[in-house]
Design a protein around this ligand. Structure first.
Ligand SMILES: Cc1cc2nc3c(=O)[nH]c(=O)nc-3n(C[C@H](O)[C@H](O)[C@H](O)COP(=O)(O)O)c2cc1C
Length: 266
């Protein structure tokens, strides 16, 4: 196998541009990512605040959100104080709710015109939803320039600071070293061992009840990463579950550690 490459970014992506980190967060995960990014960039930061804040309780929020979706309602937000026109690059952060950005961010995107701005999306999620949120973002702000995005599972916040560093360096926002990952190997039918690694990785996440069909793997610093093609096992249809089907699941197995999944792409 080829050796992993280290590269050094000169951080020249946005030499003189003004950067704002704008985010919504209900239970602080996205806030932690936002602060990490703002600190590393020395950027301005502001929180998007709902006029009538969502309850911190998970089930109460799901219920309110389902009702709002049924009624086609998007909740009001407090006025964003930052002068958006002053900024060239907006790092926009959100938790994934029902496969897309949380409603306060939908409201912000409805009210603002980000034409010509660079948007760098970042998000936190239980299992995934970055890719589907990007589709919505593209529709909401068709004239903005959507840049590479970063997403992390709520259960992996300990890995976040190093990942943010890698993300900012590989996209040239900061100076520093980053790893150029090798490509995944061939996608093949899962072996018994790979199937058992998949099952272990998703075992403690009740929303995933799936069977791995195919797998590919590559080395990453300190371990191995698997890409699985998996399919939902039969399950009860519920309003807050995505429709059953196939998905990609990324799993990391660091040396000496149990496997963990890092994101699901449906
Ligand atoms: C109403 C609601 C809906 C959610 N929907 C999803 C979802 O569709 N997919 C997912 O992976 N996580 C989902 N989550 C989990 C959140 O994305 C996750 O906990 C996130 O880290 C919360 O970010 P915060 O702490 O910044 O509020 C949902 C959480 C809530 C409260």
């Amino acid at each position: 196998m080829a050796t992993m490459l280290l590269a050094v970014s000169c951080g020249s992506n946005e030499p003189k541009s003004k950067v704002l980190v704008l985010y919504y967060s209900q239970t602080s995960n996205t806030k932690m990512v936002a602060e990490e990014i703002a600190n590393k960039l020395g950027a301005d930061i502001e929180e998007i605040v709902a006029e009538n804040p969502y309850d911190g309780d998970f089930n109460a929020t799901i219920e309110r959100c389902l009702k709002e979706r049924e009624n086609g309602e998007i909740p009001e937000i407090k006025r964003v104080k930052s002068k958006i026109e002053k900024y060239d690059v907006i790092f926009l952060g959100y938790p994934i709710w029902f496969g897309t950005y949380a409603p306060p961010v939908a409201k912000f995107l409805q009210d603002v015109d980000l034409s010509g701005k660079k948007i760098v999306p970042f998000c936190t999620f239980g299992s995934g939803g970055l890719e589907s949120s990007l589709k919505d973002l593209r529709k909401a702000q068709p004239n903005a320039k959507l840049m590479n995005a970063y997403g992390v599972r709520a259960a992996r916040m300990d890995a976040m600071p190093a990942e943010v560093n890698q993300f900012l360096a590989e996209n040239n926002y900061i100076r520093g070293e980053y790893v150029i990952l090798e490509n995944f190997g061939d996608l093949h039918e899962v072996t018994e061992e790979e199937s058992s690694i998949f099952n272990k990785a998703v075992a403690d996440y009740p929303m995933i009840h799936a069977k791995a069909l195919m797998a590919a793997k590559r080395r990453i610093p300190g371990g191995v990463e698997y890409l699985y093609l998996a399919e939902d096992l039969p399950r009860e249809a519920k309003g807050n579950m995505p429709p059953a089907g196939q998905m990609k699941v990324y799993v990391q197995m660091m040396n000496g550690k149990s496997p963990v999944f890092t994101r699901v792409v449906r």
